[in-house]
Design a protein around this ligand. Sequence first.
Ligand code: ADP
Ligand code: MG
Length: 329
Amino acid sequence: MKRVIAVANQKGGVGKTTTAVNLAASLAATKRRVLLIDLDPQGNATMGSGVDKSQLQTSSCEVLLGEAEISSALVRVEPGGFVLLPANQDLTAAEVRLLTMMAGRETKLRNAMASLRESFDVILIDCPPALNMLTVNSLVAADSVLIPMQCEYYALEGLSALLATVEQIRAAVNENLELEGILRTMFDPRNNLANEVSAQLIMHFGDKVFRTIIPRNIRLAEAPSFGKPVLFYDRESRGALAYLALAGEMIRREEEEREKAAAPAAEADVPAQAVSADAVPQETVAPETAADEPATESIASEGTEGAMTSEGAEGAPFAPDPHRVQTDS
Ligand code: ADP
Ligand code: MG
């Protein structure tokens, strides 16, 4: 796995930061070398990793503006097992500075990161809740975009604006930018609308929707106040298990793709089950604490049976919104 993944959605409060921090820790737990870049002036990923954003000497602000080497700003996160490029509100000023630049403002992060791309297996970028210059910088620097979504009515509306932006960036500067996947977060299966939106997502995006569903879990909301990924706060919690399952799914998917690319045509239709399990043990996926929450049982591990093929991902399922949306909550 060698990938730069932007965790993006211009809607706030959908679980970007929670996903970035906990996926970083879960991938690190599988012995991947992980860098988490905080690109949100709110600095939530920084605080959630146990780093005090008010005490930073150098942060993603200076790195983005080319005033500091990225290596000089990195912090090792323990417990967590990953490396962090922290951020704080200075990043807002950096964004304004970028806006006034005539040329090269979209590629600042990509250039700043170039020196250490090979030092990490996965680089995750936690984007701000806006389709602004910071998000554009991370999409330009990324190989793929992971979109956390709450399955509610307006979620689909925002998605089309984000996908239109991804399309523009692909056309203009980063032709290899892919959709890593859509992640259903804070999911409550007792909510009919959530189930409907979830079904629609699968209809339109097929296997681009991660099979792993992140349930609403109080431990995920509590962990940041202890400055820890949930894996180090309550490793048995459904939230921790769900993010481990997500890491496992991503690794498995990548192995499958690699095998598909390497295998001669004759072997191309080996069923998915035949592919070997990966570093994350399957049994960790089954939520042991589900007994007291029967209605949500098996969410962390449940597949989305009947998922259609990825064909649906190609077209524009929702009318693309030409206006860049900036939503702050
Ligand atoms: P974003 O980065 O998209 O703004 P956050 O990751 O900060 O979203 O999540 C918004 C709020 O919801 C935070 O308070 C977070 O702790 C909480 N939260 C996120 N995911 C979950 C979840 N799966 N279950 C419960 N609370 C969650
Ligand atoms: Mg956030």
